[in-house]
Design a protein around this ligand. Structure first.
Ligand code: SAM
Length: 258
């Protein structure tokens, strides 16, 4: 497929056959899987996926690539010419297996977008900048642990699978990449009473990550509250587990709504 890579769409195409085979092997597609590929590009992953599954959905923002992919692979491939950040995954049904080698400039908003469709998703395999993957899988008290780690680990089991060097792409990006698997936790390890409160507390705590919780969450909690929660107000956001964030959110939400 001939196509000049477009910078504005973050187009770095996978060209390393070994890496492509390793990714598809990690996904282990089965004939009747309901699979969705985000950003199929020139079809590096699309081709081997279509060799394994009956039908594939793809979401591609670049009209020229979308048209070429449709020409080459329809009807077994359905291309949705759209921005994935506004795409309603619920329209594709349940047990979705999402696959993507994503443009790195939209990876964080995209992860927050697919996070909303946890119910519909069986698993997600994505290639991302290595540092982002490190943030996703980070444990509390490590420097990479932050809002992204907490919000994703609340809903998903996360597993880093493959390191991918820049040379595996054309053109080669400036950064190294890694493939990560996200599997929705069913049932969840901990369930917040009110998810919106959980998201709000996590966002507020990490928006001033160097401050103590006493300072960053002072709008919500005072000294006696920290004692009731048995959490040290001198701790910083990056020291708290997902369960502790849920405990804080539940405490605040039960006090607000009774
Ligand atoms: N999957 C291909 C591969 O591995 O060679 C292409 C990867 S390239 C890094 C990212 C792809 O995502 C491009 O095809 C680009 O046009 C597409 N893309 C970029 N932004 C997008 C968006 N907001 N929604 C859907 N697709 C997007």
């Amino acid at each position: 497929m001939k196509h000049q890579p477009r910078k504005r769409f973050g187009q770095n195409f996978l060209v390393d056959a070994g890496v492509i085979a390793a990714i598809v092997a990690a996904i282990a597609p089965a004939r009747d899987d309901r699979m969705v590929e985000i950003g199929p590009g020139r079809g590096a992953l699309t081709r081997p996926l279509l060799a394994a599954v009956e039908h594939l959905h793809a979401i591609e923002i670049d009209r020229d690539l979308a048209a070429e992919l449709t020409r080459e692979f329809a009807p077994r491939l359905t291309v949705h010419t759209a921005d994935v950040l506004g795409f309603d995954f619920a329209t594709l049904g349940n047990a979705l297996r999402v696959v993507g080698n994503l443009p790195y400039n939209i990876s964080t908003p995209l992860l927050f977008h697919v996070d909303r469709y946890g119910e519909q998703i069986r698993d997600i395999h994505v290639m991302l900048q290595k540092e982002i993957v490190a943030r996703m899988v980070a444990a509390p008290s490590s420097s990479a642990y932050g809002r992204l780690s907490v919000m994703l680990q609340y809903r998903f089991e996360l597993e880093k699978l493959i390191d991918v060097p820049a040379a595996a792409f054309d053109p080669a990006p400036k950064v190294a990449s890694a493939v990560v698997r996200l599997t929705p936790l069913r049932p969840p390890r901990v369930a917040a009473r009110d998810y919106a409160w959980f998201a709000c507390i996590v966002k507020t705590a990490f928006s001033q990550r160097r401050k103590t919780l006493r300072n960053s969450l002072s709008v919500f909690l005072a000294e006696p509250d920290w004692r009731s929660l048995a959490i040290a107000p001198t701790a910083r956001a990056q020291e708290l587990s997902v369960a502790q964030f849920v405990a804080i959110a539940d405490y605040v939400s039960s006090r607000t709504t009774g």
